[in-house]
Design a protein around this ligand. Sequence first.
Ligand code: HOZ
Length: 446
Amino acid sequence: MTDTVTKDKAKDTPAAETEPSTNSQKLFERAQKVIPGGVNSPARACKAVDSQPIFMARADGPYLYDVDDTEYIDCVLSWGPMILGHCHPRVLEAVERAVIRGTSFGAPCKAEVELAELVTEFMPSMEMVRMVNSGTEACMSAIRVARAFTKRDVIIKFDGCYHGHADSFLVKAGSGMATLGIASSPGVPEALSKLTISLPYNDLDAVTKAFQEHKDEIAAVIVEPIVGNSGLILPKEGFLEGLSELCQKHKSLLIFDEVMTGFRVNKGGAQKMFNIKPDLTCLGKVIGGGMPVGAYGGRRDIMEMVAPQGDVYQAGTLSGNPVAMAAGVAQLKVLQNEKIYTELQESSDKLAQGLKDLIKENGVNATVSHTCGMITVFFTKQEVTNFEQAQKADTETFSKVWKSLIKHGVYWPPSQFEAAFLSTQHTKRIIDQTIEAFEKAFKELA
Ligand code: HOZ
């Protein structure tokens, strides 16, 4: 890990104003001419930290290497999927073996059955599962099924939760929308937004009231059981249980969006951690071992409504893709060893404690929120229990710290409103190096 090329990068100004000098800057110049904003997903643009995107060339274990060959400890981990670190031998071997047999069949294959079986074993609430290509597709499809099953249209979500970019969810959404300060997206029909009620996370009274006001109209409550898309926010005791009870009482479905938490915070996800049985679950990220995979599933009587077994239509040319399925199967098979989660929890606790100590020693206005394999440093003294409180964080300080971290070789999510991730390759030594980088960053604030 070196303080090398990235030093200048940290002081980036918009590309048009300076002659590009690094390979990342040169690629960004080219990208902006042909890709909106120069990136294929907004959060990675680094706009919120007043910087330019860093183009990556390769990855290995806990490390990322950019196109200028600068090494970073990777705490983004492709925004969650790489729980075993990059290039895990078992995943790579499975992909290699699959890819030489053909990259896509557009027909069923053995690996998709194996992956579905593993998913139902890891998360018993998912009695049946349908593979898709992303978390967005999973959530979008899950609410379609929920609406069909309940014959109702309204959904409840929570402020700062992000369930992908389908029209119904872009109401007070987290992730890139929170990062860029976009309140609601143009292009989403108002008639559709009206069917989405967004409430403060962790506020059971607000949910109770919404159920009273919209009696027999609410098809589903969709929630990130642990929020990752506003930065990491943990559920208050009783919140998830309360949602489950309210849904049962009002015959609405409870949908857990475990795109981030599934197979990450626990082998069985947040639903196992909090012992709640949602009606439907949405998955993405870890399930694909770094390949584009999402999935939704749940109660058999609900999932049997999906075509061709039922009439709820949802399809995909690349769904169940043999290479992606092979990667997912390989990753989940490694994760069958629950010891992995004990170790991941230990390294997450170590990082959280190290950062809390630093915050105290350096008098930084910040709080740390973490769970197994996920962590956020919120630059606010107040404990963060909902999106409104997260938004009070000092994003300028976050931006300064992010730039310092880059300079000292740590690739942290370039947004106050995204969780950082850890992998099994984030050993004690890597955690210590990450804490050291934060220490330098905090000192540089002074
Ligand atoms: N929405 C994802 C993070 N919550 C992806 C961000 C990106 O790749 O830019």
